[in-house]
Design a protein. Sequence first.
Length: 151
Amino acid sequence: RARAHPDTLSLCPDRGVIGDRWAEHAWLRLPDGRPDPRIQVCILPTQVWDTVCNRPNMPHPGDTIIADLDMSEANLPSGSLLQAGSAVLRVSDVFNDACVKWRARYGDASYRWINRADHCPLRLRGLLCSIERPGQIQRSDFLSPLDTTSL
């Protein structure tokens, strides 16, 4: 399946990122079988993209957004809100440890690097988020932390 890289993404709390596979093929589900909203959006740090993924003939990791943002637990604890264009995202408590596809695409060393005990708080594989308020995000938009009382 070919990946699309649109200039604008539409985000919906019930449907996820419009055009994404979350609603039909989420890897994490709620007890009732619905897709878990805590994994609707994945944000990969630009530094990891540049270090690991951004190479000729390397497949895109599939993350919704690649952003230059400090994604560490210290900077964005679980529950933090992010303004993403006109949408609002909530940082999930689900740790993104890099899936088997990541390991196959980018190698065992990359997988071990992400999951080193001292690296886990840095969230090198990125943030997983739920969509708290629908909206659109454009390629040129910045992600910025919000006060948790903003909703």
